[in-house]
Design a protein around this ligand. Sequence first.
Ligand SMILES: Cc1cc2nc3c(=O)[nH]c(=O)nc-3n(C[C@H](O)[C@H](O)[C@H](O)COP(=O)(O)OP(=O)(O)OC[C@H]3O[C@@H](n4cnc5c(N)ncnc54)[C@H](O)[C@@H]3O)c2cc1C
Length: 279
Amino acid sequence: MSITQPDVDVVIIGLGWTGSIMGLEMTSAGLNVLALERGADRSKEDFLYPKPADELKYGVRLKMMQRPRQSTVTIRRNRQEQAIPQRHWTTFHPGDGVGGAGSHWTGVLYRATPNELALKSFADRTFSPGFLPEDMTIQDYGVSYEELEPHYDFFEKVAGLSGQAGNIQGEMIEGGNPFEGPRKNPFPLPPLPRTLTDTLFTKATQALGWHPYPYPSANVSGAWTNPYGMQLVPATSAAFAATTDASTILRHPHRPARLMHSSNARTSRIGRAVKSHGS
Ligand SMILES: Cc1cc2nc3c(=O)[nH]c(=O)nc-3n(C[C@H](O)[C@H](O)[C@H](O)COP(=O)(O)OP(=O)(O)OC[C@H]3O[C@@H](n4cnc5c(N)ncnc54)[C@H](O)[C@@H]3O)c2cc1C
């Protein structure tokens, strides 16, 4: 028996970060959107402590993730080998369910630097034209940092990013990432509270003349309402542990497409040491 559904303007297949944002934007523009997601539609209760602490269910049996047997990837190390299925994944855990990989990502959210987006030009300029071998496929992206900046800025507000800016409109800020491209605005939220490990690491690397800074983290450090009107709350953070227990869930009550973001991240506030050498 065939089932005929009412017509819609757009069908989105897969409801991770990408599909969710597209859904929100298109429904805001008045389109009628249907999203098809292969995995479960999880509710806030699924992310409440102590559920995420069930290591066997989530860590070993991959309850929130796509299992290798559901979507096999085959691997061969060279053309002579027969490709065989990968039976066990380590850090590569594709999303499965509303929220996609964003339901279990780490939430460390860097921008690309201006040079990373124009690596070929950077190499030509810094070394010499022709420095890169001709058969090296490296090239500039078709979009510059300056063009992307407003979109980075917007997405950081969507995710409620916590961090310390290192470069606001060309002004270098002590304690931030000295290598980041100029940002128009500071991070939406201040960095996450410091852990003992982080404090010790920061002290030790500063003593070496390095410039540690907090990772930009989508584990919000305070209450935040994002541009879509969604309320985010901080994850529970134990004073001396770098593990967050709870998840941050974004849900929009009034729109058919929903955006869900959570994190079982172990990042907390981890300092990243970089040695500034002026380049
Ligand atoms: C373990 C892990 C840690 C990560 N940590 C970070 C990090 O710290 N910082 C960072 O910036 N990025 C991180 N990432 C990457 C980031 O999470 C992803 O790039 C991002 O979530 C991708 O979003 P997406 O919407 O494009 O795709 P996905 O999240 O993969 O969403 C695709 C959705 O489509 C669904 N789907 C697929 N095929 C079908 C189908 N045929 N029918 C119906 N539905 C379908 C899937 O179930 C899934 O929900 C991490 C990723 C993983 C796996």
